[in-house]
Design a binder for this molecule. Structure first.
Ligand code: C5P
Length: 224
């Protein structure tokens, strides 16, 4: 995947989500399907986005007992998504169960498993940098492919996890975008990438913009 922008499809109606995919798919390679869209539309929406030649990050943030997370990870793998995630607070056994479930299903399907990411601390909550860095280290030690953290912590995480580990940053607010109060640990697209983010995750600054294509262009230019 060449570009570093993931667009969050936080919609309740498939038509709204697919409209954004169609509008942006020439410049955006990965779209994020989260709990709002998945709960509203079901797994069929994954197929519909894939038919439009886009890659998918299934952001359901698994957090449950290991057996349940193992089975959910098998199911996410069967959906043929490119990334999915879980809460790191679920602990080592839960992380291992996710990897086991995903690898088992991937082997049956004869393909590589999706990248599995760990959520450190939600960007809507305040947190100590050490907490985020420590949980990122645990994610790496336990075999995950990357973490989700704010652009404020990414430089410190990068120092600890090296260059190949994925760090995805939500809580992105370009200087020209409306501030949304629920996101507390925010940075600009440029800052996040300069600090070492592998990808930035952007929702409302694009999806609620008057012209989503123009907003996407501005963000891509900023992180070029
Ligand atoms: O609209 P906005 O740009 O704030 O959207 C950010 C997206 O990233 C949302 O879909 C949210 O669920 C997701 N996310 C987040 N913080 C995390 C993990 C995911 O904001 N730690």
């Amino acid at each position: 995947m060449n570009n570093k922008l993931i667009v969050a499809l936080d919609f309740s109606h498939r038509k709204d989500a697919l409209k954004i995919v169609e509008e942006l798919r020439e410049s955006v390679e990965v779209f994020k399907v989260g709990i709002q869209l998945f709960t509203s539309c079901g797994p069929k929406i994954i197929q519909e986005i894939k038919e439009r030649k886009a890659n998918i990050f299934l952001d359901l943030k698994f957090f449950d007992i290991p057996n349940t997370v193992e089975k959910a990870s098998e199911a996410a793998t069967a959906l043929d998504v490119d990334f999915f995630d879980l809460h790191l607070t679920g602990g080592r056994e839960m992380i291992e169960a996710a990897i086991t479930g995903s690898e088992r299903r991937a082997m049956l399907l004869g393909k590589n498993r999706p990248k599995i990411l760990g959520v450190t601390v939600l960007t809507s909550q305040s947190s100590a940098i050490s907490e985020v860095v420590n949980s990122s280290t645990i994610a790496k030690e336990n075999g995950l492919d990357g973490v989700i953290a704010s652009g404020l912590e990414v430089a410190e995480i990068r120092k600890r996890v090296g260059k190949d580990f994925l760090i995805l940053c939500p809580g992105i607010r370009p200087s020209w975008a409306k501030k949304q109060e629920d996101q507390k640990r925010i940075v600009s697209p440029k800052e996040a990438i300069e600090n070492g983010a592998s990808y930035i995750i952007v929702g409302r600054p694009i999806t609620a913009a008057k012209n989503p294509r123009e907003a996407t262009k501005r963000i891509l230019k900023e992180i070029e």
